[in-house]
Design a protein around this ligand. Structure first.
Ligand SMILES: *[C@@H]1O[C@H](CO)[C@@H](O)[C@H](O)[C@H]1NC(C)=O
Length: 369
């Protein structure tokens, strides 16, 4: 009898100790730790000790954010603090880049994914033409299509999951430049409104404007429709379900053929040099908090490809902290405006298929008009 009481008592002590520990660690994470993490996520050179409120204030000013009610304001502030914590986690997992406050810092993960990243899982169609294997002996160590006039200024998809259209359009803009010598900004909205091309392999997987799509399906649509209009003739609204206003007479660029490229960094580089910027899929998990530097997270799923972007070049030596000095990286054009990342661009390490960056690559060729 006595022994049983002792056991029960020590169990109770153990239990209360666990509870007490849980509470105190929650308090630390919730309150005291905030200041520490805020110092860490705000870039190093300007190490002022701002409170979370002050950071939120700066964030609202910088990105022109206003909230309709006090409740909304408080709700967004709570999310903002949670995103500072997320940025700190990303910083630990991805020390070659700088993570912190971005224009997405007041959005929940769900809102971010739904509105700025594709909802569909991106994939390559199994029946697509495969790119021929190219020689890779004398590849330049550094190359950037921006230096050769093949890349239009960074665009902004707004809150519409149309990343796939920006990726496909960027690839065709580059291919059209290569075949005609002229850089013409082309219409994403035409794809959003008119492209309902379906993946023959998967029932119901069709290009769906702000609800996602596939770059290879977009190429297929452009091939069938005859081409794309210029951006200025068919401007971007970022809104779904508008009627298709495409006019044949206004075609500014056309697809002659497209192909998918094998999962190999050298083949990707060789195809980039030969055919211009490439449409790629990526897992955007680290992009919500990315500010600059070469991103090379220790853990980032290669399978969950949810964002379509444009590969425009590569470099041999990243300029992040010393131990990342020799790190080769890809240069990726995003469609979240110039205020995001490195003037609208994302740098990610090359050759390891980090975040699936090398697993869904396609190339397009334009007809010579
Ligand atoms: C287009 O077709 C040609 C000829 O078959 C091929 O050499 C080229 O690689 C293709 N281009 C693309 C981007 O698929």
């Amino acid at each position: 009898m006595e022994r049983l009481t002792v056991i029960a008592l020590s169990f109770a002590i153990l239990l209360s100790a666990t509870v007490a520990y849980g509470v105190s660690s929650d308090q630390i994470n919730g309150v005291e730790d905030d200041d520490l993490l805020i110092r860490q996520v705000v870039s190093g050179d300007d190490d002022r000790l701002l409170t979370a409120e002050q950071h939120f204030q700066n964030f609202k000013l910088k990105f022109g954010k206003t909230y309709a009610t006090d409740e909304e304001h408080d709700y967004r502030f709570r999310i903002f603090k949670a995103n500072l914590r997320k940025a700190k986690r990303h910083q630990k997992l991805d020390p070659g880049a700088i993570h912190g406050v971005t224009q997405f810092s007041d959005l929940t993960e769900d809102e971010f994914r739904k509105n700025f990243v594709g909802v569909n899982r991106l994939r390559l169609p199994a029946d697509a033409q495969k790119a021929p294997i190219l020689p890779t002996d004398n590849l330049a160590s550094d190359f950037d299509w921006r230096d050769h006039g093949a890349v239009t200024p960074v665009k902004n998809q707004g809150s519409c999951g149309s990343c796939w259209s920006f990726s496909a359009v960027g690839a065709l803009e580059g291919a059209n430049f290569l075949s005609t010598g002229k850089l013409v900004s082309l219409s994403e909205q035409q794809l959003v409104d008119c492209d309902h091309e379906c993946d023959p392999e998967e029932a119901g997987a069709c290009d769906a404007g702000c609800n996602g799509g596939l770059m290879t399906s977009a190429f297929e649509y452009i091939l069938k429709a005859g081409g794309l209009e210029r951006e200025e003739d068919y401007p971007y609204t970022g809104k779904d379900r508008g009627p298709c206003k495409f006019q044949n007479a206004k075609i500014a660029a056309s697809v002659s053929n497209f192909s998918v490229i094998s999962l190999d960094a050298d083949q990707i580089a060789a195809n980039l040099l030969k055919n211009g910027p490439l449409a790629i899929g990526i897992n955007a998990a680290f992009m919500q908090t990315y500010m600059k530097g070469v991103s090379c997270p220790y853990i980032c799923s290669k399978r969950n490809l949810n964002h379509g972007v444009l590969l425009v070049g590569y470099g041999s030596a990243g300029y992040a902290p010393i131990r990342f000095k020799e790190k080769p990286y890809w240069i990726i054009k995003n469609s979240w405006g110039e205020n995001w990342g490195e003037n609208g661009y994302y740098l990610i390490c090359k050759g390891k298929n980090i975040c699936g960056v090398e697993s869904m690559v396609s190339s397009v060729a334009a007809t010579q008009n």
